[in-house]
Write a protein that binds this ligand. Structure first.
Ligand code: WT7
Length: 663
């Protein structure tokens, strides 16, 4: 390193506040700080600003109906269609402009561009096909698809006919697919025969069939996208299966009038992990969700129609729903999709894509940034990344070192970074700086967005002093919020509201939303999110329930009991640690270990694979018989343990420690 570079690194290491770059501010969608004050004064009417970004078939008459908390309703009386908002209304001005730039993983095939015109045409054709299959308004259509253009096409086709979609991440197991289809009473499935991962064509068709075999009700139709062509694993179509391309060809040129949906009608369901073994079906609506996705895309990601915006998430997660599909397309911009991993064929794949397409924004996860850091600067240095104007992160806390690396080596110190805190349930961003307005502080997401009331409180709900750790709460409703859990209003209230609300009250001021995150706030009102306070792990930005993993492990023959905790991991943020007690007559050996790993992969998917399986004769328990998870976490992290004498079985601790340390 030259002296200059050394000096620069030293300066960056010390700097803890960064002003938005002047060139960025000049062109920012939101550049006036007064928006915070204005939204506070004018709440909830301020949210008309979000609704105004959309075209409504029928004007709403009320911004917020809070007469029955926590069952809030937004933009009531309004009617709109999400597919028309993402497609039809852009045709006149942007019909020939790219809506989706898709990059497949193999480098020897052609990438695909869909203009708004082309996307509109195919969405219409597929919507007509779905209708012909019998899909009606409010029928839930499940999608178990990789990152191929047919996924957003299928989502928008469903939205067009008023059928909610439920997208299941393609990396989830067959069993996970079956559970989600059953829970949503979903009778239609759109899938693919496979996709490419690090050069290999994966057999997704087989996995789909295994999943379908486990669904308790009849699934009437299965649509298969042929992603693999000649690389297909030789499957013939079975009864009830049809190729996507045949359906679309049969409906060539068909148009489908977008169905006017009530603002509160369900746009989609998204399953996410909770504290119990059963995933929760988060319900998002047409008016509130879409306006939230559009407004935050505009204000935070600074999206403009002429941008080429790149979010590297998977559409199988909420980030992809809000910030690859709905937000960007509602704003009429060009959104990118990449099928593969960032290290295939080389570790510069993302930078190659950014350079080739002249991407203007990059939105990714801290886990990816940590991997880039580890790989070294030569990969981004090899490419011209000067098209980038803004960088974003999401999914987990980002440490200041990774933040600064991203700022310097990807953004060339000329792009603001937005560290956005939100969750599946919030529909879109909640806590982040506005990039054209606010100072950035690495490691802190920033203040809540204008109009968003987030507080850091103690167990009683009282706000804690600056610098103290507390719990993050949201004290006012917002348009993008989930409305309930599918078919389970009671669990909705229990999981998100019971902790901090007076649940007997009809006064919305008595209702407080609890996202289950720990956080602290500084004197400037900047929030640092510390992580989940429930039994949910965040592995590479993916949310996994410890109970889900435990029940998978206990399902393995010979396992008596299991406890799963998160241990710190340099790249993934957290890694899965499983402590297992075997049944009499079973050995905690290699064979058992691989059966456990397999069991978890079958039940959930490879993302939940335990990093370590520790066999132990006992689990540390309190006198009342509760497993001491905190202690198991400390052991996983090699931390000094506090007083263990209150345990019912203190002797077991040392034994476990030796096993973890010695592995
Ligand atoms: C959990 C939500 C948001 C879409 C992707 C994940 C953690 C999210 C941040 C951030 C610190 C974050 C929280 C949250 N999280 N963003 N910027 N800083 N933590 O959605 O799967 O619903 O997970 O991710 O713990 O509760 P999700």
């Amino acid at each position: 390193m030259s002296d200059d570079t050394v000096e620069l690194e030293a300066r960056l290491a010390e700097q803890d506040a960064f002003e938005p770059p002047a060139e960025f501010v000049e062109q920012a969608n939101v550049a006036d700080e007064s928006i915070y004050e204005e939204f506070e004064q004018n709440w909830p009417e301020c949210w008309e600003r979000a609704a105004d970004l959309l075209d409504w078939d029928e004007e709403y008459d009320t911004v917020l109906d809070d007469s029955n908390p926590p069952f809030y309703e937004w933009f009531t009386g309004g009617e709109l269609n999400a597919s028309a908002n993402c497609l039809d209304r852009h045709l006149e001005e942007r019909g020939d402009e790219p809506a989706i730039e898709w990059v497949g993983e193999p480098t020897d095939e052609d990438d695909r561009t869909y203009t708004y015109e082309e996307l509109h045409r195919e969405v219409n054709e597929f919507a007509a096909a779905l209708r012909d299959l019998g899909v009606g308004e409010d029928d839930v259509v499940t999608m178990y698809m990789p990152m191929i253009p047919e996924l957003p096409i299928a989502m928008l086709a469903c939205a067009r006919i008023g059928a909610p979609h439920s997208v299941v991440f393609a990396g989830f197991s067959a069993e996970a697919l079956a559970t989600r289809m059953e829970s949503a009473d979903s009778e239609y499935l759109v899938t693919a025969n496979g996709y490419y991962r690090r050069g290999d064509p994966l057999d997704h068709h087989e996995k789909t069939r295994e999943g379908l075999a486990d669904v308790g009700h009849e699934v009437s139709d299965v649509v298969v996208v042929d992603r693999l062509g000649e690389d297909d694993h030789g499957h013939e179509l079975a009864d009830g299966e049809r190729y996507y391309r045949d359906l679309v060809a049969d409906h060539e040129g068909a148009t489908v009038e977008p169905v006017a949906r009530d603002a509160e009608d369900m746009l989609f369901l998204m399953y996410t992990s909770g504290t119990t073994g059963k995933p929760k079906g988060v319900k998002h609506t047409t008016g509130g969700y879409l306006s939230w996705a559009a407004w935050t895309s505009q204000a935070v990601l600074d999206i403009k129609p002429e941008d080429t915006y790149f979010c590297s998430a998977d559409i199988g997660w909420i980030t992809g729903h809000s910030y690859i599909v709905y937000g960007p397309l509602a704003l009429g911009t060009t959104t990118m999709m990449y099928e593969g991993t960032p290290d295939y064929p080389e570790r510069d794949r993302l930078w190659e894509i950014v350079e080739e397409y002249e991407a203007t924004q990059l939105y990714t996860a801290p886990t990816a940034i940590r991997a880039f850091m580890k790989w070294g600067t030569e990969y981004p240095d090899d490419h011209d990344l000067s098209s980038l104007r803004l960088l974003g992160t999401v999914g987990e806390p980002i440490n200041p070192r990774a933040w600064k690396w991203y700022y310097k080596h990807i953004g060339d110190e000329s792009c603001p970074i937005v560290d956005t805190w939100w969750q599946t349930e919030t529909g879109g961003m909640m806590v982040t700086t506005l990039p054209g307005v606010k100072t950035m502080k690495p490691g802190s997401a920033g203040p809540p967005l204008p109009g968003v009331d987030v507080r850091i409180v103690d167990t009683e709900g009282e706000e804690v002093e600056a610098g103290r750790a507390g719990y993050l709460t949201v004290n006012k409703p917002w348009p993008g919020m989930l409305r309930t859990l599918y078919d389970n209003d009671e669990r909705y209230v229990d999981e998100y509201w019971a902790e901090y609300s007076d649940t007997d009250s009809e006064d919305p001021d008595d209702w407080v939303y609890f996202p289950e995150d720990g956080a602290k706030i500084d004197d400037d009102g900047y929030i640092t999110v510390l992580g989940r306070v429930d039994d949910v792990l965040n592995v590479s930005g993916h949310r996994l329930g410890t109970m889900e993993i435990e029940s998978a492990i206990v399902g393995v023959e010979g396992v008596a009991e299991a406890a799963v905790v998160g241990g710190d991991h340099e790249i993934k943020g957290e890694a899965v640690y499983a402590y297992v007690i075997t049944e009499d007559g079973y050995e905690g050996d290699e064979e058992m270990r691989s059966r456990i790993v397999e069991g978890v992969e079958d039940a959930i998917g490879p993302i939940a694979r335990p990093e370590q399986v520790v066999f132990t004769p006992e689990l540390p328990k309190t006198r009342s018989g509760k497993i001491m998870r905190r202690l198991l976490e400390d052991i996983a992290n090699g931390e000094e343990l506090g007083n263990t004498s209150t345990l019912r079985n203190p002797d077991v601790v040392e034994d476990i420690q030796t096993k973890v340390g010695g592995d």
